[in-house]
Ligand binder design. Structure first.
Ligand SMILES: [Mn+2]
Length: 321
């Protein structure tokens, strides 16, 4: 197409809108100003918004997360120097839009999200990154992943375990996805980990329950002692050779780095520590991922949305690297 400002690689992959032709702040905003799904014949990686927050237990508003992350992703550039990859030239990455999920019926929403993902990711070679939405959406994401890959190792970055049983009698909330996932056989027990856990719990037994469900927890308080390298060692050893799903609750970051979220906890990871751990996962077979719990109403100067956009960029770069 003449005057098409989008970058196209030699292999024919359609990339971002060229910021030398159209300033980053101009134009309608897809994730990283990438093409929409219908603009290309096929895709390798789909970025999918899931504006759903009916599973929250405290501050609402993560339904506006996908739009805020897309807006904050305008600054992402084509080359990732730390991983030495050009993710948008190496793979066909698309913004696949949002999955419409029922805000009044969580059971229906979970089915819609699973079906929505499977409508967009139809072969085991394809990868996806979800933009949440609250953490409830990780359950249908893992269900979808299981249809394509079977059980996966879960690497879960979060202040909270998210393996509680019910809340007000409800089995599917943003505090329960990984207990349900374990019960449903979606994760490889003994090969899944939480990273960044901290904050008050209901009971000391919460931690024991979690271990029985198949997880180990790298607590945030350990990071000063074992360092980022120690965290990486624990994670890589735990995952082994299994395909991996990475779930990032943005509240794993300290509220200083991610104030715009539903259940903030002090003493969290820095964004620098988190990206260092992620980048060490490049040799893993990451088959799907999410970045969840961005609630823009509590954000300031896009601090949280910019962090989330960059985390999604890291995940995409890991998938192609
Ligand atoms: Mn969570």
């Amino acid at each position: 197409m003449q005057n098409d400002p989008r970058m196209r690689s030699e292999s024919g992959v359609l990339g971002q809108i060229d910021a030398q032709q159209v300033p980053r702040y101009a134009g309608l905003g897809t994730f990283a100003r990438l093409p929409q799904r219908h603009e290309v014949a096929s895709h390798d990686i789909a970025v999918i918004g899931v504006p759903f927050d009916s599973g929250v237990t405290y501050r609402p508003g993560a339904r506006f997360g996908p739009a805020a992350i897309r807006q904050a992703s305008r600054l992402l550039k084509p080359y990732h120097p730390a991983l030495e990859v050009s993710p948008f030239a190496t793979a066909q990455v698309v913004d696949a839009g949002d999955i419409a999920a029922n805000p009044f019926d969580i059971t229906t929403a979970v089915e819609q999200i699973k079906d929505g993902i499977l409508g967009l990711v139809t072969s085991p070679e394809q990868r996806f990154v979800l933009l949440g939405g609250d953490h409830t959406i990780a359950l249908p994401a893992l269900q979808a992943v299981n249809e394509l890959h079977g059980p996966v190792a879960l690497v879960h970055f979060d202040a909270h375990l998210d393996t509680w049983d019910t809340y007000f009698g409800a089995p599917c909330t943003h505090g329960t996805p990984f207990r349900r996932a374990s019960e449903q056989g979606l994760i490889v027990k003994g090969h899944s980990a939480h990273v960044g856990i901290r904050g008050s719990l209901y009971d000391a037994a919460d931690l024991l329950d979690d271990a029985e469900l198949g997880f180990t927890a790298v607590h945030c308080r350990e990071i000063d002692r074992i360092g980022v390298d120690g965290v990486i060692e624990r994670v890589l050893e735990r995952v082994g050779e299994h395909p991996v799903y990475v779930s990032i609750d943005v509240d794993v970051l300290d509220p200083a780095f991610a104030p715009g979220t539903g259940t903030p906890e002090i003493g969290g990871m820095t964004s620098r520590e988190l990206v260092a751990v992620l980048r060490a996962m490049r040799a893993l077979n990451i088959v799907g991922a999410d970045v969840v719990e961005v609630a823009p109403a509590y954000d300031h100067a896009e601090v949280t949305a910019v962090a989330a956009a960059n985390l999604a960029y890291e995940l995409i770069s890991l998938m192609v690297g």
